[in-house]
Design a protein around this ligand. Structure first.
Ligand SMILES: C[S@@+](CC[C@H](N)C(=O)[O-])C[C@H]1O[C@@H](n2cnc3c(N)ncnc32)[C@H](O)[C@@H]1O
Length: 322
């Protein structure tokens, strides 16, 4: 049952998926002919911390590039968002990029961060509240691909903020369905969305397979989480991180590779792995600007403006949901 709790924040709405959802997703994913686990399960507290570490890596250009774009064009973005907006952030993580945007917004009436990673969301929302004491914060812990409600608003409009190219974790068809649902929730407002661009394969591969092995630890944390929360017996040393750009599909794929033939127990089931068999753990689709505009239009959203960096590594789009 969703609960609403008064905390240091103005409100906290808890629709957190339960352990049963995680267990069913893992068991179904490992029973399939091509094994996979949905990437949203990366984000327990340790996964969220590891993702923040990835954001600071030299190889991981998306975060710093998107930050530069936000910093440079925040006034134009704020003008499109209009006065009195309620900023709804999807997959808010540490809410760092939000700070840059919030400084530029004209008399915002609220901040609504939504994330699946409960403790991290609470901490980030509280830090945000301390920085922007005049902006009411209504945090929502939810899997945004399932049902959740936005707080009703009497004045102003919702503006969605979906940075980090997290939209790339969906296949293009899934992204259209997700954006259609989001458009409906935004109820005529707009959406500011970060989208990673197609580029040189070597830059892409390095971004998802860094020299210090932080992305490898992030990927393997999924197995740590399965062991801790589901009582699985994954032997961590017998799985390796693999990430590569699949040019035909325009996506980075992340996998966990079984380094030998082995069996893994989860709940009352046993899953056999052949040597070199993989668990597909994440896709990160890359787009051209035109390609993303086509996708947005399929979802009923209207491209209004796009900003990029000089090297055209990353893009931020303002889409109208009207
Ligand atoms: C790639 S990180 C981006 C974080 C931050 N927005 C940024 O730009 O750096 C993805 C974020 O989305 C959250 N997330 C992923 N899948 C989600 C889902 N299905 N529902 C809610 N949050 C999700 C994760 O917990 C994480 O904070």
């Amino acid at each position: 049952m969703p609960t609403t709790t008064a905390t240091l924040l103005d409100t906290f709405h808890d629709f957190q998926p339960d352990d049963q959802d995680f267990l069913s997703a893992v068991v179904d994913g490992l029973a399939a002919e091509r094994k996979s686990i949905p990437s949203k399960f990366f984000y327990d507290e340790a996964g969220s911390r590891l993702f923040d570490e990835i954001c600071g890596l030299a190889e991981y250009y998306p975060t710093r590039t998107e930050m530069l774009i936000l910093e440079k064009f925040k006034d134009q973005m704020a003008a499109l968002a209009g006065t009195h907006c309620h900023l709804v952030e999807l997959g808010s993580g540490s809410s760092i990029k939000t700070r840059t945007l919030m400084q530029a917004l004209d008399r915002p009436l609220g901040y609504i961060p939504i994330d699946i990673s409960r403790d991290h969301l609470m901490q980030s929302a509280q830090s945000f509240s301390q920085l922007f004491a005049d902006v009411p914060v209504a945090a929502i812990c939810a899997d945004y691909t399932t049902a959740f409600d936005l707080p009703a608003i009497a004045v102003g409009q919702y503006v969605g903020f979906y940075p980090g190219s997290t939209i790339g974790n969906f296949t293009p068809d899934e992204a259209v369905v997700f954006l259609q649902r989001l458009k409906h929730k935004l109820n005529g407002g707009g959406l500011l969305i970060g989208v990673d661009l197609i580029k040189d394969t070597a830059i892409l591969n390095a971004a998802y397979d860094d020299a210090r092995g932080v992305t490898a630890a992030f990927n393997k944390n999924l197995l740590v989480r399965c062991n801790r929360e589901l009582g699985a017996d994954f032997e961590l040393a017998a799985f390796a991180h693999r990430a590569f750009y699949n040019e035909a599909e325009c996506r980075i794929e992340m996998h966990l590779v079984s380094t030998r033939a082995q069996q893994v127990g989860i709940a009352d089931q046993v899953f056999a792995f052949a040597e070199d068999e993989t668990i597909h753990t994440e896709n990160s689709y890359k787009y051209s600007i035109d390609g993303f505009h086509t996708l947005a239009r399929r979802a009923g959203l209207t491209p209004v403006q796009v900003w990029t960096d000089p090297a055209k590594l990353f893009s931020v789009h303002y889409l109208s949901a009207g």
